[in-house]
Design a protein around this ligand. Structure first.
Ligand SMILES: Nc1nc2c(c(=O)[nH]1)N[C@H]1C(S)=C(S)[C@@H](COP(=O)(O)OP(=O)(O)OC[C@H]3O[C@@H](n4cnc5c(N)ncnc54)[C@H](O)[C@@H]3O)O[C@H]1N2
Ligand code: MOO
Ligand code: MG
Length: 612
């Protein structure tokens, strides 16, 4: 499931005059951020005016298509309190249960709750919820209903799978986001008797890649229909034919004059003007006549050539010089000159785009041109990203002693974005089985592919694999790969409430995490949406002086560029290749595969980013 989108609207004359006085809006924002694993929030303040409130509600629901709008303020009994009235004018369906839940729970705290006039409802696919104006009241009321929001959104946005999962896992007593989490079965109190060698065999990269792709090859071709302007980068699941010709009428290629070619060079009387967008002229052009025509305008019947204005001269103009009366064609036109015949760009019924093609910008333009406003594409897996570790902190918060900032989640989510995949921030799992289980559980509810970083090597707190196996019945396909960086890379599959999940456990070291995401996850995601044989291009580069003393083949980060002096590609190392030094990935567009020993004369380098 993509990030939930929230609009928080503070309705208050006072706060509108002085936004610093708004404490409810910011508190709600904080609470929303804490309540769900992946949210985007926008905030605004309007005065207590029906039209101002309505205008934001309409924009946020119809244009921005937010999942939820929370209003705070204007629900009381004073003259200026009009939020419920504005809301009622906007919603298409009322959801009184939400107001009831808020009022009945609030009554246990204060009798004043009975004075609430809050209205809740739905417009399109957006939930609109009135909350009280006070900070305490707004956050309390939101707390009473927040667990039902993901479920309501899943229903509104027709995510049937998610609805089923939530039904299966929702806690009857509510709380959190409604997903039931029980303690893990894994125990970590027997460190002395732990296995001192990894039980997982070391796989070669080629073997590991094959396993991933075999597991990720889609067995079913699930498709969905998307709006053409949302289809870029998706894989077409249908052949697209032109139901109408392009251009749909005979159109001029030049700004000039539509003429009859057989009239040759010489004078023409200007009969009419045809500009682009004009209704086509119906009168048949006669010998000796011309129509002033613009590029893209429809030709009049009878015209069989266009002469560009540069090849003409003026013979007679109206007395005030504003109108051309007779012009001269200087060069005899050829038949059909500068005319786009009907269907000359795209013939009717012709195959324009092919199934399995990836939709690029120009494809979207073609779809627009054909009036094909919806297109069938292969479904994409939803992807969730998790960081693990007691040491990991939010980059926005102050760093406590012994802690480090979470870099991996941001590298991963943005790497995925670069390859056009959205992902869900599924939070941070701490180094204990219950936390790992809880974070994974939430990620499994919403996602088909789950990516973690850290917690997979030989440390006593590296417990991910145990939790996967013991709590989720996962099958670990590999957990050690003969590569540097990325040795502990883990791949597992499991079935969660009847749905198949793919799990990629990437190493915690920031470079290892980025490199293994590129090598395993990007091709896997491509495969999962039916784009078979996805590979990064390999460039062979001569005389690359890279030495590897490790027994594991190294994926050395390099910058590839074209050297015009030798007419060949060259590559330069990004420096110290230690797995913790993320700067070795910064500026790299290639991975040079270096085996142990002396540098060979030619190295295979995978190009994973634009050439510099
Ligand atoms: N006894 C052994 N120890 C280690 C082995 C081994 O074979 N035997 N392998 C080493 C290799 S190679 C790697 S790679 C790492 C991978 O370890 P984990 O995947 O278990 O990751 P952690 O131990 O949790 O963390 C490693 C390192 O990365 C930092 N980290 C973790 N998450 C983040 C994040 N989100 N953002 C930034 N940095 C992160 C973490 O603090 C550690 O410094 O294991 C070796 N050990
Ligand atoms: O394999 Mo680790 O990923 O070297 O650093
Ligand atoms: Mg570790």
């Amino acid at each position: 499931m993509a990030a939930l989108t929230f609009g928080i609207l503070t309705v208050s004359d006072t706060c509108h005059r002085d936004p610093k006085k708004d404490t409810s809006g910011p508190s709600l924002k904080e609470q929303v951020l804490k309540s769900y694993s992946s949210v985007r929030i926008i905030q605004q303040i309007v005065p207590d005016e029906i039209e101002d409130i309505k205008s934001v509600l309409l924009n946020w629901s119809d244009e921005q298509k937010y999942n939820v709008i929370l209003t705070t303020g204007g629900t009381g009994f004073s003259n200026r309190d009009v939020t419920p009235e504005a809301t009622r004018q906007v919603i298409e369906k009322e959801a009184p249960g939400l107001s009831y839940a808020m009022i009945s729970n609030s009554l246990a705290i204060t009798k004043m709750a009975m004075l609430s006039r809050a209205v809740c409802g739905v417009r399109g696919k957006t939930m609109i919820i009135n909350l009280p104006g006070s900070k305490k009241g707004a956050t309390e009321c939101f707390g009473f209903i927040k667990s039902c929001i993901p479920h309501a959104i899943a229903l509104l946005t027709d995510q049937k799978d998610l609805v089923v999962l939530l039904h299966q896992s929702i806690q009857t007593k509510g709380g959190g986001d409604g997903i039931e989490v029980t303690p893990s079965k894994v125990k970590i109190d027997n460190v002395a008797s732990r296995s001192r060698k990894s039980p997982y065999p070391l796989k070669e990269v080629s073997e590991a890649t094959k396993i991933v792709l075999t597991q990720c090859t889609p067995t079913r071709s699930e498709t969905e229909v998307v709006a053409f302007d949302q289809s870029v980068n998706r894989i077409l699941a249908e052949d697209v034919y032109a139901l109408a010709p392009v251009p749909p009428f005979r159109a001029s290629i030049k700004d000039g004059y539509a003429v009859i070619a057989a009239d040759g060079a010489g004078p023409r009387t200007i009969k009419e003007v045809a500009a682009a967008g004009d209704v086509p002229i119906e009168d048949v052009l006669k010998s000796g006549e011309a129509i002033r025509i613009s590029t893209g305008a429809p030709l009049p019947p009878g015209a069989d050539a266009v002469v560009q204005v540069e090849d003409t001269s003026i013979v007679t103009a109206s007395p005030d010089g504003s109108v051309e009366v007779v012009i001269k064609i200087e060069i005899a036109p050829k038949l059909g000159q500068d005319i786009r015949e009907i269907g000359s760009d795209v013939a009717v019924n012709s195959l324009v785009l092919n199934k399995y093609e990836q939709i690029k910008a120009a494809h979207v333009g073609v779809l627009a041109m054909l009036g094909k406003t919806e297109v069938m594409v292969f479904k994409r897996p939803s992807v969730g990203v998790i960081s693990t570790g007691n040491e990991i902190g939010d980059p926005k918060e102050k760093l406590a002693p012994g802690k480090i900032r979470d870099a991996n989640k941001f590298t991963l989510m943005n790497l995925l974005k670069k390859y056009s995949y959205d992902s869900m921030d599924c939070g941070i799992a701490r180094d204990n089985p219950d936390s790992v289980k809880a974070v994974l559980e939430r990620a499994f509810v919403y996602n088909d592919v789950i990516i973690t970083s850290g917690g997979i090597s030989m440390g006593e707190f590296d417990i991910l694999k145990q939790v996967l196996v013991e709590d989720f019945g996962a099958e670990i396909h590999f957990a050690r790969v003969n590569m540097k960086p990325g040795k502990p890379t883990t791949f597992a599959t499991l079935t969660y409430h009847g749905k198949e999940k793919k799990f990629f456990g990437l190493p915690g070291n920031p470079v290892s995490c980025g490199v293994t995401c590129l090598l395993y996850i990007i091709p896997a995601l491509r495969y999962m949406e039916q784009c078979a044989n996805y590979k990064f291009p390999t460039i062979q580069i001569k005389n690359l002086p890279l030495v590897n003393n490790d027994s594991r083949p190294e994926y050395h980060r390099v910058q590839i560029s074209f050297d015009p002096t030798i007419g060949e590609f060259k590559a330069t190392s990004t420096g110290n290749q230690i797995s913790s030094r993320l700067n070795s990935l910064v500026g790299a567009n290639g991975l040079a595969i270096v085996k142990k020993g002396d540098p060979p004369t030619t190295l295979n380098v995978l190009l994973f980013d634009d050439l510099v």
